[in-house]
Design a protein around this ligand. Structure first.
Ligand SMILES: Nc1ncnc2c1ncn2[C@@H]1O[C@H](COP(=O)(O)OP(=O)(O)OP(=O)(O)O)[C@@H](O)[C@H]1O
Length: 261
């Protein structure tokens, strides 16, 4: 089995790749639980404005890596910098500031079923941003609903919405805090192929509108193809390949090929 990282090709996007526009930098990150080494040697750089797709099967450590990025889990060794700051060296206040710049879209969308769409979206404004002006909150809610194409759903309950619509509202609820980096955890899981494609396209549209940099964790190859400027393949606690969709499609590495079957 190939264990060295294979750079399949240079990425082919208009994102400017240089040391000045790095928003996340991970070097030799390791994390074990007892005897179990989950992250063995993770190296990753996310550039401003970039959509980086991480492909990996279940249990490869994607959630553990994300929890390290948001400071919910301590890593054992290596370096993890967000906006140039080593996460593990931050005090509570600094970590809170960094977390405000990170938006996380949960697989479930995580909406409150007993609240209307308006209430679900206003909640982070009042709770996190301490926004008191109701008109300002409404303006923000309407703006973000428009961005996800669901302005008419403002007074609906989550139970009145389809899976794809709930995903959009979940996305709106994350975006309303204007994060600079988006972390998408399997954004198309559980959706039909057409809705999945719409959500993938929305990820592209939202990057343009909000100028976010994103890490998109998925095993949906259609989503990877639409959204990814660059794709990295995670296996057994390390990245084993990196490149554009077209590059990886031509890979001779069996593990990489298995994603395209
Ligand atoms: N708090 C923990 N304590 C012990 N083991 C853990 C803990 N969190 C995760 N693990 C182990 O780490 C490994 C990777 O888990 P992780 O949830 O990151 O996988 P994943 O790649 O996100 O998978 P999935 O796509 O299924 O969510 C698993 O074997 C899991 O059992």
């Amino acid at each position: 089995m190939q264990t060295e990282l294979t750079i399949e090709n240079k990425q082919s996007t208009d994102i400017e790749i240089n040391g000045d526009n790095v928003v996340i930098e991970i070097e030799h990150l390791q994390k074990s639980f007892g005897e179990k080494e989950v992250l063995k040697d993770i190296n990753l750089t996310l550039h401003k404005g970039e959509n980086l797709v991480v492909l990996g099967r279940s249990g490869q450590g994607k959630s553990v890596a994300i929890q390290c990025v948001v400071g919910l889990l301590d890593y054992d060794s290596g370096s993890l910098k967000v906006f140039g700051k080593e996460i593990q060296e931050l005090d509570d206040e600094e970590l809170k500031d960094i977390r405000l710049k990170l938006g996380f879209l949960f697989q479930s969308g995580a909406l409150y079923d007993s609240m209307t769409v308006r209430e679900n979206l206003s909640f982070p404004l009042t709770r996190v941003l301490k926004m008191k002006d109701e008109n300002e909150a409404t303006r923000n809610v309407e703006d973000v609903l428009e961005a996800v194409g669901l302005k008419d759903a403002i007074d609906k309950m989550p139970s009145d919405l389809s899976g794809g619509m709930r995903k959009r509202i979940g996305l709106a609820r994350t975006l309303i805090l204007k994060p600079e980096i988006m972390l998408y955890d399997e954004p198309t899981t559980g959706l039909d192929p057409i809705t999945s494609r719409e959500i993938s396209q929305l990820i592209i549209d939202l990057r343009k509108k909000y100028q976010t940099s994103s890490i998109i964790i998925t095993h949906d190859m259609a989503c990877a193809k639409i959204t990814g400027d660059r794709i990295m393949v995670l296996n057994d606690g390390k990245f084993i390949a990196e490149g554009s969709y077209e590059d990886l499609e031509k890979s001779q590495n069996e593990l990489v090929r298995s994603f395209f079957k």
